[in-house]
Write a protein that binds this ligand. Structure first.
Ligand code: NAP
Ligand code: ZN
Length: 349
């Protein structure tokens, strides 16, 4: 077994604190990764605080993992010792259902294995995430990372990156399309970067007037303060696509109102409370409300390669692991520019 240092939540209401446990020795198709950086996703907060229900403790969160391969099983082909590697939100799936065969492991019909707060395919071993100094993962769920980009700023691509890249590709954000992104946090700022890079006209919606200049620097053509009904109304009936990345309760109808006929609003944000949804808002102009979950392994690799080719990374604020509880509090106040990334070297001190 491999000794592992980490930070864990012991229950849904205490701060995260130091924790140690053991990972399995690598199987024939596993890689062992020494984790260098791990991004902090709002899903970590939802799960640590048991806002979605069913949380398992002790919980080591973290699913935006990058580091170096330190050991490989005998059947591993994609990696050798010393390579950079990444792990996102999944570490396994059934690998034979229709979704898995289509490269859409996030929709595995038998349930994918989450990187943490989940159970391995053996039905008993809890999975533990990237707020730790190593991880052992099946090579087919590890991603290749280009050395061209700043490693710490690549970490958030493993969740915030793919979660915005995938729906923007699926709903064909590109030239001639007016695309809205709601919320400028970890997901939102990647959504703005990708939508701009794909050639769409990009409008960012924020509740934080202090983020307007940043939104423009990150790639938004226009920025709307969503609390101002006048600014919102100026865009009524004009959007092809809106990507909603908001983590807390908010009014969806205000955005559905901004879609064109046949326009689509896709939710990636996962607030714990269900929204109110008047049918009229959708019915009158044949509008669609949809959802999207991360992305499959194939598309995640495609996204990472796209980022390496186009010089796209996340805007990050690096923290030592000891500051994780403070970072959660700042995220709850929407005070994140635009992703916290943990430097795991701090665990060794
Ligand atoms: P984050 O960095 O905390 O950003 C969320 C942003 O939403 C905030 O910065 C704020 O932006 C806005 N916001 C927060 N509360 C709001 C409220 N009550 N009303 C209006 N706006 C509000 O979070 P994140 O890591 O990007 O994650 C966002 C959500 O996506 C979370 O619910 C997370 O669980 C979910 N998620 C889903 C997937 C998926 O596969 N579908 C994957 C990862 C994460 P402004 O200051 O600009 O208003
Ligand atoms: Zn995430």
């Amino acid at each position: 077994m491999i000794p592992t240092l980490a930070y864990a939540a012991r229950d849904s209401h205490s701060p995260l604190s130091p924790y140690s446990f053991e990972r399995r020795d690598p199987r024939e198709d596993d890689v062992v990764i020494e984790i260098q950086y791990c991004g902090v996703c709002h899903s970590d907060i939802h799960q640590v605080r048991d806002e979605w229900g069913g949380s398992r403790f002790p919980m080591v969160p973290g699913h935006e993992i990058v580091g170096r391969v330190t050991k490989v099983g005998p059947k591993v082909k994609k990696f050798k010792v010393g390579d950079l590697a990444g792990v996102g939100c999944m570490v396994d799936s059934c690998r034979h259902c229709h979704s898995c065969e289509d490269g859409l492991e996030q929709f595995c019909e038998n349930g994918f294995v989450g990187t943490y707060n989940s159970v391995e395919k053996d039905g008993k071993t809890p999975t533990q995430g990237g707020y730790s100094n190593n991880i052992v993962v099946r090579e087919s769920f590890a991603l290749r990372i280009s050395p061209k980009l700043e490693l710490a700023a690549v970490a958030p691509l493993l969740c915030a990156g793919i979660t915005t890249y995938s729906p923007l590709r699926h709903w064909k954000a590109g030239p001639g399309k007016k695309v809205g992104v709601v919320g400028l946090g970890g997901l939102g700022h990647m959504g703005v970067k990708f939508a701009r890079s794909f050639g769409a006209h990009v409008v960012l919606f924020t509740t934080s007037p202090g983020k307007v200049e940043d939104a423009k620097r990150l790639g938004a053509h226009e920025v709307v303060i969503s609390k101002d009904p006048k600014q919102m109304n100026e865009h009524a009936g004009t959007f092809d696509f809106i990507l909603d990345t908001v983590s807390g309760p908010h009014d969806l109808n205000a955005y559905i109102h901004l879609l064109k006929r046949d326009g689509t609003m896709t939710l990636v944000g996962l607030p714990d409370k269900p929204p109110e949804l008047p049918a009229f808002g959708l019915v009158m102009q044949r509008k669609s409300l949809a959802g999207s979950l991360i992305g499959g392994i194939k598309e995640t690799q495609e996204m990472l390669d796209y980022c390496a080719d186009h010089g796209i990374t996340s805007d990050i604020e690096m923290i030592p692991i000891q500051k994780i509880n403070e970072a959660y509090e700042r995220m709850m106040r929407s005070d994140v520019k635009y992703r916290f990334v943990i430097d795991l070297a701090s665990l060794k001190q």
